[in-house]
Design a protein around this ligand. Structure first.
Ligand SMILES: [Cu+2]
Length: 621
């Protein structure tokens, strides 16, 4: 960081805030008492650590125990290990090391922890195949001098206490190492995820999940203008995977890395996605263009990482009380993006809309889930009985170029909200209560006995999903999800050849009970030989990926991967695919297959490390 104040005055500022903030603040500065912990500063990754000396970046980073307020100063806190640049406040994420290609890094790491050896990772030239891990004893230090290497997004971090990764969710001392190519503009933003967590007792877990050092709603509000090209680099400095989902728009994945190696994709290999899974310590470079104004989100799709229970001090009063306030009905790994119109921009005309009516209902509890909830599409006739529930919700078959209004009627005794996942639509209809919308015109939660009309504009064919965006753990695992199939204009849906498999959780317990189309024993399918069939898979569980594959006896059969995450794949990306295809929460994938002749086949699904977990028998005639 460029110093803005002397270290002494800065330290006093931080302590001063602590003194005002509560009973835990420092009572005395007597030298005989242990030194008080300094407050962590949320690092927005705009400033760069160190000083340049010729072709070298010189930085000293001290790992110290510090007091982290993932919401805001004065809010709940936890004492964690965090890196501080010499003379600066400790930061989460760790200070950004950002250099141009050709630079040498000269980084000294000091372990000020009184009783723990630390294990430092990532202090070396990129790319590297080895997972380096350098121990530094309490009070010790180590100097790392290395050429930066190949441009890309990388990560570095320190674990206190053990070289093994069995200290879980103490990932507060990780940050980004960015190497810019010589011609780079440097106009991108860097976001880093960090997690701290701890078991309190047999039923409670306390954690803090942060993007650039803060939890929702205290995360940064990123501003953009319609038509901007938004360039982001993401670093997952945690041991968990996070499927990162963008509302309202597709984004292009330009590069993926594992912290040690970064691969920039050739133009024809770049994927258009709405959800990209980031495994532990992985990195990503992405680009997107907001085409419509309003409030949008980029968030982790793991339920446990975005619900109010993910706060250090979870709110009391229940979800109903929170439902209209986007600041309280979500938490954790959520980033808000406010897109304002560019001068002269007008919302594109939408045309006459098809009208649908979707009922949100509750039936008799039948399964493990806390309740039995469901979406039921009202056909041409009278409304269905209020307690009739389908699991998953009725598949919505829509058409490209046919704008569709869906009036959601809430027949529950609690509020709800529906997110049209992957659909490019106006902000107000996007389904985040208290957030979706433009300016002061923000969509409310749908109150009991009330309705809300979502206006969908359908721009591309594909497989999508709709699901609740409120009280996720209960409403989602009780059944509030379904598939959206958008067909090319004029095409008819043929259930004989078009097969949809929606995977969800029956109840919110981990390990999950995966239900496929509402059942742990999916019903067998009859297929015709010599005809191309389409298989659409949707993962709208809470946390775990699942992986379908096509089998004949013990042999894996190839099928063609034709679409991913709703977007048809470019001709250069369509491929024959064999073996398990991992589908994370919030993703969809489409395969095509023409059975050559009669026979018995099986779609086998692995999930959460369990092989052959769910099986769909296929009989070809
Ligand atoms: Cu997550």
């Amino acid at each position: 960081m460029v110093p803005v104040a002397s270290s002494v005055s800065r330290r006093w500022i931080v302590w001063g805030v602590c003194l005002l903030s509560g009973p835990t603040a420092i009572a005395s500065r007597d030298a005989a008492l242990p030194a008080p912990l300094r407050a962590v500063q949320a690092n927005d990754n705009r400033g760069v650590a160190g000083v340049r000396r010729g072709d070298t970046l010189v930085a000293t980073l001290r790992l110290e125990m510090a007091r982290w307020y993932p919401d805001s100063l004065g809010g709940p806190y936890v004492d964690v290990a965090a890196f501080a640049e010499e003379g600066q406040a400790p930061q989460i994420p760790a200070p950004l090391l950002r250099v141009r290609e050709g630079t040498t890094l000269d980084v000294t790491i000091v372990n000020t922890l009184p009783d723990s050896t630390i294990w430092v990772h990532g202090m070396g030239t990129r790319p590297t195949s080895s997972v380096d891990s350098v121990g530094i004893a309490p009070g010790g230090s180590r100097r790392f001098v290395f050429a930066a290497g190949t441009p890309g997004t990388y990560t570095y971090w320190a674990w206190p206490g053990t070289v093994n990764h069995d200290v879980r969710e103490r990932e507060t001392a990780g940050g980004a190492l960015v190497i810019d190519s010589l011609g780079a503009s440097g106009s991108d933003r860097v976001f880093v995820m960090n997690i701290w967590g701890e078991t309190v007792d047999s039923t409670r877990y306390r954690n803090a999940l942060a993007i650039n050092g803060r939890s929702w709603p205290y995360t940064e509000r990123v501003g953009a203008m319609v038509g901007d090209t938004v360039r982001w680099r993401w670093v997952n400095a945690t041991v968990r995977g996070h499927p990162m989902h963008l509302h309202g728009f597709y984004y292009r994945v330009d590069a993926r890395g594992n912290g040690r190696v970064d691969s920039t994709y050739a133009a024809d290999r770049r994927r258009m996605v709405v959800t990209e899974p980031m495994s532990a310590f992985s990195t990503m470079a992405m680009t997107w263009v907001p085409e419509r104004d309003g409030n949008w989100l980029y968030h982790c799709h793991i339920g446990f990482h975005v619900v109010p229970e993910a706060r250090l001090d979870p709110p009391t009063g229940g979800h109903l009380a929170l439902s209209h306030d986007a600041g309280t009905h979500m938490a954790g790994l959520v980033l808000g993006v406010a897109v304002r119109p560019s001068p002269g921009w007008k919302e594109p005309p939408r045309g006459r809309a098809r009208q649908l009516r979707l009922l949100v209902q509750e039936g008799v509890r039948r399964r493990r889930a806390p309740r039995s909830l469901g979406y039921v599409l009202q056909g041409d006739g009278r409304p269905p009985a209020p307690d009739s529930v389908e699991l998953p919700g009725t598949p919505l078959v829509l058409h490209v170029g046919e704008p569709t209004d869906i009036t959601v009627v809430n027949r529950l005794r609690e509020g709800t909200a529906v997110h049209w996942h992957g659909i490019e639509l106006e902000s107000y209809s996007d389904g985040v209560a208290g957030w979706s919308g433009v300016g002061a015109g923000v969509a409310p939660a749908i109150a009991p006995s009330d309705s809300f009309t979502a206006r969908l504009t359908l721009r591309r064919p594909g497989t999508f999903m709709y699901h609740t965006h409120l009280n996720d753990l209960e409403q989602l695992t009780s059944g509030l999800y379904g598939a959206i199939i958008v067909l090319p204009s004029g095409e008819r849906y043929d259930p004989e050849t078009d097969h949809v498999f929606v995977g969800g959780w029956d109840g919110g317990e981990d390990p999950p009970q995966l239900v496929l189309n509402g059942d742990s024993l999916p019903r067998p399918l009859q297929l015709r030989a010599g005809v191309t069939h389409r298989f659409r898979f949707v993962n709208i569980g809470v946390a775990a990926g699942f992986a379908p594959r096509l089998m004949r006896d013990s042999t894996v059969v190839a099928w063609r991967n034709v679409a991913f995450d709703g977007a048809d794949l470019a001709a250069s990306q369509v491929r024959e695919y064999r073996g398990p295809f991992r589908l994370d929460v919030g993703q969809t994938v489409d395969f095509e297959w023409m059975p050559p002749g009669p026979g018995d086949y099986t779609i086998v699904i692995n999930s959460a490390g369990r092989r052959d977990y769910r099986r769909v028998p296929l009989t070809v005639r």
